[in-house]
Design a protein around this ligand. Structure first.
Ligand SMILES: Cc1ncc(COP(=O)(O)O)c(C=O)c1O
Length: 423
């Protein structure tokens, strides 16, 4: 068999082009892991791409994708402009510029009492995306198991499959999306290599409490697994405390902490993330990371150092502003007839569309409902099933994720439009 299978997978006729030919390679594992490999062996567009295109085509308000529509702190933006002017435009050091690594270490000490060596225990990456990818590729062997809570961020499935490892899921059940500790205990075995904990959690907004996190640590110790955390929403919690796993007794030795500037400073396009772990783990992850991006974002690195050093008030206010937006959208969704959950963190509300009855549709399928929502109400959202493996989708079939990281006037307009569903 060649790299290009000569047999077109669809009846493409004489004008067959590459897109009609099966391309062999490990991309198929990545697509399958992200639940985007079609039955015919082709890559399907993600629901986010489909829904964003729908929003653009219909003029609907896009509450599907989780990116803010307002700029972050002026000091941070100005620092990036200044860095470009000052000529900070060439490859930065492989581990990230010292001033940013020191700011990341200082941030961990200030907020969580975690003390790390900026020289050997911090690695700057191209967003949390690269941090997660490099970590999973670096620390797993084919056949190893990676335990995650489900629904899960699509990247986890893609990279775990790319690595030849196996994703094992622990369900978070509506309406509260708490973890079942027995299910967690049963999922971790001596085949488990990584336990990946995303808290605050996308898409459910769950902020895992100490009991769950302590069990994660105990299980990791018992089975000699490594804990990987995805804490990109660490500062966006509403009245509850974010507890980094690495702050728990005994955890720091075996925890890889991952975070990012994207959500905290509303700079999702800058792609500055980081990894914090013991030196041997950082060295292992760096061995892969250096051949993914090598380095990134030279002028953005000093700017994020400025951001991390901002006074406490900035972080507290950002969470309070977002909480008010959450409450605005919850009220609107409730008035429109959805049953909503109240997320304790992150950017998203999971709403159950089943109570909408006929408007939701006979099929009882949130993916179809989301395709119709622009016509019904001029709003775009995404089905939670996009974050769930096909065999588990029935339990999540009526759930829809709405992002509330948008301007207040945009949310108000969305709420007014969603009100049409109630009529
Ligand atoms: C849970 C989670 N992890 C990671 C990322 C990616 O972070 P970054 O933009 O820093 O790569 C996102 C972005 O939406 C996310 O929601």
């Amino acid at each position: 068999m060649t790299a290009l299978d000569a047999t077109p997978t669809r009846a493409a006729g004489a004008g067959a082009t590459l897109e009609f030919v099966t391309i062999h390679g490990s991309w198929q594992r990545a697509a399958r892991g992200a639940m985007l490999l079609g039955d015919d062996g082709t890559a399907q567009p993600s629901i986010f791409a489909e829904m964003s295109a729908l929003a653009a085509a219909t003029g609907a308000i896009n509450l599907g994708q989780g990116f803010p529509d307002e700029d972050g702190p002026a000091e941070v933006l100005e620092a990036a402009r200044q860095a470009i002017t000052d000529g900070v435009n060439q490859y930065p050091p492989g581990r990230g510029i010292p001033v940013l690594r020191e700011a990341i270490a200082g941030h961990q000490a200030r907020w969580y009492g975690i003390h790390v060596d900026p020289e050997r225990e911090v690695l700057v990456t191209a967003g949390a995306t690269e941090a997660l990818t490099a970590t999973i590729l670096a620390l797993t062997e084919p056949g190893d198991e990676v335990v995650v809570f489900e629904p899960f961020y699509d990247l986890y499935g893609a990279v775990v499959e790319l690595a030849g490892a196996k994703l094992v899921t622990v369900p978070l059940v509506a309406p509260h999306f708490e973890s079942d500790l027995d299910a967690l205990g049963a999922a971790v075995t001596d085949r488990t290599r990584l336990i990946l904990v995303n808290s605050p959690h996308n898409p459910t907004g769950t902020v895992f409490g100490r009991e769950t996190l302590e069990l994660v640590v105990a299980l990791a110790e018992r089975y000699d697994a490594i804990i990987v955390t995805d804490e990109v929403y660490e500062h966006l919690t509403f009245g509850v405390e974010h507890v980094p796993v690495a702050s728990l007794p005994g955890a720091a030795e075996r925890t890889v902490t991952i975070s990012s500037a994207a959500k905290t400073f509303s700079v999702t396009g800058w792609k500055i993330g980081w990894v914090i772990a013991r030196p041997a783990l950082i060295d292992a992850i760096l061995s892969v990371k250096q051949f993914l991006s090598y380095v990134n974002g030279a002028p953005f690195q000093p700017a994020i150092a400025v951001g991390l050093d901002l006074p406490d008030a900035f972080f507290v206010d950002a969470a309070a502003t977002l909480q008010a937006k959450r409450d605005l959208l919850i009220a609107g969704l409730t008035t429109a007839g959805f049953a909503t959950s109240t997320p304790a963190g992150a950017y998203f509300i999971v709403a159950d569309a089943a109570p909408l009855g006929r408007v939701f549709g006979e099929a009882g399928d949130a993916a179809n409902f989301c395709r119709e929502l622009p016509a019904l109400a001029g709003v775009v959202a995404v089905p939670v099933t996009a974050f769930v493996r096909p065999e588990h989708r029935p339990q999540y079939a009526s759930l829809v994720r709405f992002a509330f990281c948008k301007r207040v006037d945009v949310l108000e307009e969305a709420v007014a439009r969603l009100g049409r569903l109630a009529r």
